[in-house]
Design a protein around this ligand. Structure first.
Ligand code: ZN
Length: 221
């Protein structure tokens, strides 16, 4: 019999056979059956999903903004006219935990700010409307090296800075920024980049912590 070069995602067994084609809303996909653990699976990222990436990303975002699983499901169902269940949202949270690290601070941010996480402010400048937003949890997470930036961003809550004297639009303002490559500022930048993009939490805070275990955060609230 033809040996398939497919490994079972559940038990990593190699004794796998084809078991039909699944038709989903967005694609059809080869289904496999693992003879070792007797589970079915199909391969390849988002391609086997019933729902589009837009729905999944919207659900992850909504949950991160403090909604419960039920509220998240309701939100995407209304917005995309789909029928996602709360358990599906729960599965996505686990499945896509590696997409970002925000889940590590979600609970902390929620307990600090409630659902009042994103500050949104509309203002007009030279006849143009601006929609200014920032994330209180993420901004609050920046270290003291960024206190100037934090102050600058928070000042927008009071309205746009007065640029009328320079008669320049904000996009044309030049801000002088000097970076000494061995400064703590530079080190802080690296830390932020690592925290945003690295999947290795132990490298981030220097404590050797292995980060939040999968499953803990998704079940809270
Ligand atoms: Zn298996």
């Amino acid at each position: 019999m033809l040996k398939l070069n497919v490994i079972c995602p559940h038990c990593h067994g190699k004794d796998v056979v084809r078991r039909g084609i699944s038709s989903l809303k967005l694609s059809s996909k080869q289904v496999y059956f693992c003879k070792t653990c007797r589970k079915k699976f199909s391969t390849g990222g988002l391609a086997y999903k019933t729902y589009s990436p837009a729905v999944i990303v919207a659900a992850l975002n909504q949950y991160n903004l403090g909604d419960t699983l039920e509220e998240t499901a309701r939100h995407v169902n209304r917005r995309f006219k789909v029928k996602v269940s709360k358990s599906t949202v729960h599965l996505w949270l686990h499945e896509f935990a590696d997409l970002g690290n925000y889940h590590r601070i979600r609970d902390e941010v929620l307990s600090k700010f409630g659902k009042d996480i994103v500050v949104s402010k509309e203002f007009e400048h030279h006849g143009l409307n601006y929609n200014f937003k920032y994330h209180r949890g993420k901004l609050g997470w920046l270290g003291p090296e960024f206190s100037g930036l934090v102050r600058y961003i928070k000042a927008f809550e009071q309205g746009a800075p007065d640029y009328s004297q320079q008669d320049e639009r904000p996009s044309q303002l030049r801000i002088e920024l000097k970076v000494n490559f061995e400064t703590s500022y530079n080190q802080a930048c690296k830390t932020v980049l690592l925290c945003c993009f690295s999947h290795s939490p132990s490298r981030l805070n220097g404590t050797g912590q292995t980060g939040i275990k999968k499953g803990r955060w998704a079940l809270s609230r």
